[in-house]
Design a protein around this ligand. Structure first.
Ligand code: A3P
Length: 344
């Protein structure tokens, strides 16, 4: 076996003040959160121990990875990719939950330390932890190591925390979404997961978000790492908003990237399977328990942030986006940067 590569980035605890901001929003974590590397990707403390094995995870040439910041359309894309890779076998897709067909690499590093206590008393929403109700038998990356080829792998980790040979070896699909909509969606996700234990208010989530203090943030560095590789033959970069606008066209793009050959009729059938209303009804994809008032597949719109942000938040969001996008070529289709600075 090849010797383990050393991590090329550092992992440090967030400051106590930052930890407080994060823990106002997220429940069940006792260890301090950590920041990784120059960009300062925020992750639960449990990530520290597994960072090296994840960095050294053995990528296979027939792997297909879907990488996103959470709430960017990951599930939507996973279901699309699974079906494209499985000859549009809609029947089998309906028999097995998507989280089994398309597992998440770092899942077990994300579970709050007291999750199992909360699950036992039926506070935490089990569905979000994707089948972990019987206890964690094995770290998620380990199960993937043993999985037969070809593997489909989901991760929210940015490229810089993933195996360095990933793009050289396997195909990667990256989906980005307007950060403001991601933020709203992340808030509702936590409401769904934490149920009545949710204490974080929308404005506390916004404060954490605009300081890049939620897991897997900073969102723009995350997207930009993939954006910079958008011309790499093994990376396919998409925006959620483009999927909303013309799903068949985006499916064609992914299908070509995966070297699959489908007729327009087949693509249209897949697009129909993937509509918001159909996925919402699909229990193997809509990862929600019946008793939750918020659904995992929730609204499915672009610009929903407008009905959640007050005037001050809107301004702060503009500042946030302008600041983080400064000097980058990455642009979101739904945000006009203040181009003044780019001429300076
Ligand atoms: P909203 O909460 O804004 O509705 P992820 O899978 O990365 O967690 O992303 C979840 C987001 O994608 C949710 O956003 C969800 O509703 C949206 N989504 C899932 N399937 C969709 C579809 N078929 N069409 C549009 N949006 C979809």
């Amino acid at each position: 076996m090849a010797p383990l590569l050393e991590l090329p980035y550092d992992i440090r605890n967030v400051t106590p003040e930052e930890d407080k901001i994060i823990k106002k929003c997220l429940i069940g974590y006792t260890k301090p959160f950590v920041k990784c590397g120059k960009a300062g990707y925020v992750l639960p403390g449990a990530f520290k121990k597994q960072a090296e094995v994840i960095y050294n995870f053995q990528v296979r040439p027939d792997d297909i990875w879907v990488i996103t910041y959470p709430r960017s359309g990951t599930t939507w894309t996973q279901e699309m990719v699974w079906l494209l890779e499985n000859d549009l076998d809609f029947e089998s897709a309906k028999r097995t939950p998507l989280y089994e067909r398309f597992p998440m690499l770092e899942l077990t590093t994300q579970i709050p330390e007291v999750a199992f206590e909360l699950i036992k008393i039926n506070f935490l929403n089990l569905a979000h932890f994707q089948g972990l109700n019987h206890g964690v038998k094995c770290p998620s990356w380990k199960s993937l190591e043993k999985a037969p080829s070809p593997r489909l792998i989901k991760t929210h980790l940015p490229l810089s925390l993933l195996p360095p040979n990933l793009l050289k070896t396997a195909k990667v699909i990256y989906v980005a979404r307007d950060p403001r909509d991601c933020m709203v969606s992340v808030y509702y996700l936590h409401k769904m997961v934490a149920k009545s234990l949710m204490r974080g208010t929308f404005s506390q989530f916004w404060e954490a978000f605009r300081r890049d203090l939620l897991p897997w943030m900073p969102i723009i560095s995350h997207a930009n790492e993939a954006w910079e590789q958008r011309n790499h033959p093994n990376l396919h970069f998409m925006f959620y908003e483009d999927m909303l606008q013309d799903l068949p066209k985006m499916i064609h793009g992914v299908s070509a990237f995966l070297n699959r050959d489908y007729t327009d009729e087949q693509i249209n059938k897949l697009a129909e399977h993937l509509t918001f209303s159909n996925l919402k009804k699909n229990k193997n994809v809509n990862n929600t328990t019946g008793d939750s008032e918020v659904q995992f597949i929730r609204k499915g719109e672009a610009g929903g942030w407008r009905t959640h942000f007050d005037a001050k938040m809107e301004l702060q969001a503009e500042e946030y986006l302008n600041d983080r996008l400064r000097g980058l070529t990455l642009r979101y289709p739904t945000f006009d940067t203040d181009e003044e600075w780019s001429r300076l």
